[in-house]
Design a protein around this ligand. Sequence first.
Ligand SMILES: [Zn+2]
Length: 112
Amino acid sequence: MSEMPSCPQCSSPYAYEDRDNYVCPECGHEWARDGVAEPAEESTVTDANGNPLADGDTVTVIKDLKVKGSSSVVKVGTKVKNIRLVDGDHDIDCKIDGIGAMKLKSQFVKKA
Ligand SMILES: [Zn+2]
């Protein structure tokens, strides 16, 4: 069981549970227990600056990246449009002009 929250209205520590609500006996304030629940843990992919990335974002490469299996290099400053987030070590799936489909690590890009 989690600890009882104090009343958001009067800060009374004597709130108690009543079905789906908390009730404050001092000021009569009632509030939903749902808001107190721990947020579901979501794995968020973030760029080099810690900004969250989403499918369809445009990012800029911040480091020369060798393309696996070829002599091509993705240069610093390359814009990558319409990324798709995937699971794994390389968590961005994308298509780069002149190179084709490849995977990037989110720590080597920043949101454009
Ligand atoms: Zn209260």
